[in-house]
Design a protein around this ligand. Structure first.
Ligand code: GAR
Length: 325
């Protein structure tokens, strides 16, 4: 009935510069059942990267373009073009030894991921293993993180620690960290790409937005998280519904102007709206959250509209005044 974010696989382009063992780990994981991504392209700045040969042999489209003699942003644009042509929605860096231009990273914000061989924020940049050993650390490790213009500084998705042994060399530690990376990367990427169908993540996003409206308190109602405004006897303007009453949707329930509007929303856009059990009778609508291409601006719009419908005048005036500035 309703589309689920998990139904279609995310298409990823993997960028490599070398051996591509992390790429291989991602590739084989993508062939296991239930993996939420598929590999649209493996691309490299080095035409002789060993990982390209492997990807080709496994039937994956490949692309390469040397960076020598090119401006950074121009080379990034060539790589980006290849990724877009292949239909990639995410870029996954796996030993891609190039710093990316700010424009490129900004265009892919939230859709570009990297693996780094240290426990960030420790040891950004190069020679991570030697630096961890020299510092006398008990552990090295690996971090999967979002990429932002500042090197190795984006939000951390997941980390895995690797014990440093007595007499360890940087080379020996690097080899063991790679074993850990091969476990970590497919899993961290899969859970990031599946967040749109994870009720906990969705609730967190809704909660942050609902609580940002004036004088809102969260209070469960019939076991579901709900938000109300106007103090102790305040009225509810939103509920979070995690597949209640046998419904497939994880949804935000909000107030429309009445049953007519709710019905016309459901008829005109059944992928986004549905008539919720019980609440539908009084003009509430279900806004489906677990769908691809969910637009959070639409969630913000409905939260505010619903909040306005029940908030005391003194508060709606407050928000109107704030918007004038
Ligand atoms: C991996 O250890 C990865 O974490 C590291 O390069 C190696 C690539 O190995 N990446 C970086 O240092 C990025 N700054 P692979 O080609 O065998 O996957």
């Amino acid at each position: 009935m309703l589309p689920d974010a998990a139904a279609a696989k995310a298409r990823i382009a993997i960028f490599i510069s070398g051996g591509g063992t992390n790429m291989a780990a991602l590739l084989y994981a993508s062939r296991l059942s239930d993996c939420p991504y598929e590999i649209a392209l493996v691309a490299s700045n080095r035409p002789d990267a060993a990982g390209l040969t492997l990807a080709e042999a496994e039937g994956i489209a490949t692309f390469s373009h040397p960076h020598l003699g090119m401006e950074r942003a121009d080379h990034d644009a060539v790589m980006e073009h290849a990724a877009r042509d292949a239909g990639a929605e995410y870029i996954v860096l796996a030993g891609y030894m190039r710093i990316l231009s700010e424009e490129f990273v900004t265009r892919w914000a939230g859709r570009i991921v990297n693996i780094h061989p240290s426990l960030l924020p420790k040891y950004k940049g190069l020679d991570t293993h030697a630096r961890a050993i020299a510092a006398g650390d008990s552990h090295g490790g690996a971090t999967v993180h979002l990429v932002t213009p500042e090197l190795d500084s984006g939000a951390i998705l997941q980390q895995l620690k690797v014990a440093i042994l007595p007499g360890d060399t940087a080379h020996a530690l690097a080899e063991r960290v790679k074993l850990a990376e091969h476990q970590l990367y497919p899993r961290a990427l899969a859970s990031y790409l599946s967040r749109g169908s994870d009720p906990e993540w969705l609730l967190e996003q809704v909660r942050r937005r609902a609580m940002a409206l004036p004088e809102v308190e969260e209070r469960p109602s019939h076991g579901a998280p709900g938000w109300r405004v106007g103090g102790k006897s305040g009225k509810y303007f939103a509920y979070f519904s995690d597949r209640h009453h046998g419904e497939e949707a994880i949804a935000l329930l909000v107030k429309t102007s009445g049953v007519d509007e709710m019905t016309s929303l459901v008829e005109s856009d059944p992928a986004s709206f549905y008539r919720p059990a019980f609440y539908g009778a009084s003009g509430w609508v279900g806004l489906v959250l677990n769908r691809r291409e969910l637009d959070w601006a639409q969630v913000d719009y409905w939260l505010e509209r619903s909040w306005r419908a029940v908030a005391p005048k003194r508060l709606t005036r407050l928000i109107d005044v704030a918007k004038e500035f």
